[in-house]
Write a protein that binds this ligand. Structure first.
Ligand SMILES: Nc1ncnc2c1ncn2[C@@H]1O[C@H](COP(=O)(O)OP(=O)(O)OP(=O)(O)O)[C@@H](O)[C@H]1O
Ligand SMILES: [Mg+2]
Length: 377
């Protein structure tokens, strides 16, 4: 990267001595190949205000000002604008002070009275270049740390928490299968089994969230899939879990597409699961699939208290949950279901939308293009 050729460089000159300030500005004009737009202030307090505005390229800072003296001048400026390159002006040829200034965050120093135009311009340009390189390194370091954090976090969720949980649910299932339990014992172990399954689902939702939020995203395992089959299976499973509920599944068209079957099952089952969870016991949950354009459309509909209009624009955000819509006694989740559905559909190049009113109930529908969008070149 090089300092932008052609454009005038915006310099803030912080210098209280009028003679020195004039001299420096004249020296700058000695180098016609680089243009400077100079803003001149005489007090540190004014400088601190100016650097907070965007657009400056570099600061030339006198270390002895009426309202600030020495290295603390550098610190105060950098506190206000940490990414700004600063070149300091010292009154004497004091090597020690210069070193300290650089330690305090200045890019370079110049000794008053010894400054020539070319020297000044070079110092300012190098200061800009060096600061940019430093900022680039800082960004890389931050990205690296995020990646390390992500790996640790995914590791904790994926192995450290999931493995013991699998032991709990596996052994609970085993005990139930052995039989010979008293009724209270069977009930207790059944609760252990249900709760650990629920926790396992939450952990995999948080894993999905972490993957999408901290980079990585979904890697889809596409194959030729029929969404009608996927929906039939989901509805059957929910019928088993909620034998008292009424489900209406109606499919038409072909239903075929190039999708990740497990992810599509996850996305649609979040919707159908919500429809069951957030509607009255005696109402039906309706699922409709049909071909539309070059893809399919899946609608999931339920009655019950609508989602308040002011929550609709945020309904696909992570950790949005609750509200009076939930049936009393129903367990609340993490508020990740719709977020994950949205991410999965997006990864497939599709879209998901919602409409919710008192009269018509709540309807989520998603559109899935049959084929992946052409790769961007
Ligand atoms: N079909 C629906 N009818 C009414 N309200 C709904 C419906 N689907 C979702 N909601 C509302 O939107 C919120 C967010 O739903 P989402 O599926 O993202 O999270 P959740 O169901 O609370 O938890 P999770 O799905 O992570 O277990 C729910 O808490 C509920 O208030
Ligand atoms: Mg949900």
């Amino acid at each position: 990267m090089s300092v932008d050729e052609g454009r005038a460089l915006r310099l803030l000159l912080v210098e209280d001595n009028p003679g020195d300030a004039r001299l420096l500005q004249e020296e700058l004009k000695e180098v016609p190949s680089v243009r400077f737009e100079v803003r001149h202030v005489t007090r540190l307090a004014d400088a601190v205000q100016v650097v907070e505005e965007p657009g400056l390229d570099v600061v030339l800072l006198d270390l002895s000002l009426p309202d600030g003296h020495g290295l603390s001048n550098i610190e105060r400026l950098l506190q206000a604008s940490p990414a700004l390159p600063v070149v300091v002006l010292t009154g004497t040829d004091d090597e020690q002070l210069a070193v300290k200034a650089v330690h305090a965050g200045a890019q370079d120093y110049l000794v008053k009275g010894q400054v020539t135009g070319p020297l000044l311009v070079r110092a300012l340009r190098y200061a800009i270049e060096r600061k940019r390189a430093e900022e680039g390194l800082k960004r890389e370091e931050a990205a690296r740390q995020t990646a390390v954090f992500r790996e640790q976090f995914l590791g904790i969720l994926g192995h450290d928490l999931r493995n013991p949980l699998q032991a709990i649910s596996g052994n609970a299932a085993l005990l139930l299968r052995y039989g010979g339990l008293s009724e209270p014992q069977r009930k207790a172990i059944n609760r252990i089994s249900i709760s650990s399954d629920r926790m396992a689902r939450m952990i995999s939702d948080i894993l999905d969230f972490t993957r999408t939020r901290l980079g990585g995203g979904y890697s889809l395992q596409r194959s030729w899939v029929n969404v009608h089959d996927v929906l039939r299976q989901i509805v059957e499973e929910l019928e088993v879990a909620h034998p008292q509920r009424r489900f209406e599944l109606s499919v038409s068209g072909t239903g075929w597409g190039d999708w990740d079957a497990d992810r599509i099952a996850q996305a649609t089952s979040n919707l159908v699961g919500n429809a069951v969870q957030y509607s009255p016991q005696d109402s039906a949950v309706r699922v409709v699939a049909r071909d539309e354009g070059d893809g399919v459309r899946v609608e999931v509909h339920n009655m019950g208290t609508p989602i308040p209009a002011e929550r609709l624009p945020h309904i696909f955000d992570p950790f949005v949950r609750g509200g009076e819509g939930a049936r009393s006694g129903s367990r609340t989740g993490l508020g990740l279901g719709l977020y994950i559905t949205h991410e999965i559909v997006k990864a497939h190049g599709g879209s998901v939308q919602v409409r919710s009113t008192e009269a018509e109930g709540t309807c989520f529908w998603l559109k899935l293009p049959r084929h992946p969008p052409p790769a961007k070149s």
